[in-house]
Design a protein around this ligand. Sequence first.
Ligand SMILES: [Zn+2]
Ligand SMILES: [Zn+2]
Ligand SMILES: [Zn+2]
Length: 399
Amino acid sequence: MNTNRIRYHVGSHDLGLDTEYRVECVDTLDEAREWLRHDVEEVAVDVEDDTEFDAFLDRLDGLDIVGEHRIDAFVFFVRHVTDCGCPCDCAETGRECDGEHPREAAAEPQLADADDQGRSAFEFDGTQYAVFNTAGSDRDGLWAAAQVPAEGPVSASSDCLLAGMATREVAFARAVEKLRPTRLITFLPKRYASITTPREEREADEYPTVTADGWVVGWSTDGYAVLFENGKARAHIYREGPFIFATIHRAEGVGSDDLDGEWRFVETAAAAARAQILDARDRMNVEFFPVVVTALPDDEDHAPLLVDPAAARIVRAGDVREGDTMLACVLDVRGRMPQTDYFNDQYTAHPIPYSPSCGCGVCCLLADEPGPVVNLGDDNQWDVCDPMAASALVLIVPA
Ligand SMILES: [Zn+2]
Ligand SMILES: [Zn+2]
Ligand SMILES: [Zn+2]
């Protein structure tokens, strides 16, 4: 299951008009570039003069694509979105979802004009809701939002989202705020302890159990919410008076941390907890290498640096990219922390596939290496292959 928080929305519209075509929601910037290219090419076919379109396509590869691009009378856009949660149809089609594939971007909900009873409808991910005034009830003059039932009239008691709002617009905005997290998290129905349940059973039932994959909120019979990730409880969310608090269980399984924030709804607090958990995991995935980086020796054996040493960093050889400048390998010093060992001359990496039977006389030396091996290329001042264990650490200045 892919849980990248960032995705990209790619689409277009006529200058000065709303978007009326499908907006694509894609997982990476490279994919966004391909959809943008595709969109521009499609529109270019239908215009009389495609000069501007061709010029745009020519420079597309080097372009920072996030933002709007005006071509002729059209605007093409790539929007950087966080936790958009645009739904896919994998559940309906029975396809196994990797979470990464492109899908149609979910439309922003729009509040329709009021009908003859003063109610305004809006749609959120295929479900109909209505915003209406509760005048005549004990909430005189205030606004509520509720799901429109399949049959019968909508009322504050039928699937109510919220009530007691000062205006129609506020009720709509708050309803959308409360619904948005449902794109990322499944909220199970609340459970209530019945006073007729014997006490022992009631206690056994207090904590929710969730075994489903993905992000799910279950409710205790006491009314607090538990956020689960793949069946594992990750956060507690509870209300005290007007305030909502969220506590995240540490990944190591010991202790918990309170999350700072002010939330109007348990739903938005749960979404914030999910974001916090995913961000913390991303930070954990950044590798830190304990290496002593020495200065370049100032002697005749080492050519002076042609790159800024402040930009240097330690990476694994397997992560070296085309054009990176190679400065040093990392040597294990017995009983001490590993240390950089500068090459006599810096060189540029041009990685090529590694083959132990290359025949150069160097590649064969790593044939028995237990893990994967990479070849940083033979396009260097010595014209020899540069094979290394992919896990080996090197000091480079990224291209
Ligand atoms: Zn999206
Ligand atoms: Zn899917
Ligand atoms: Zn070779």
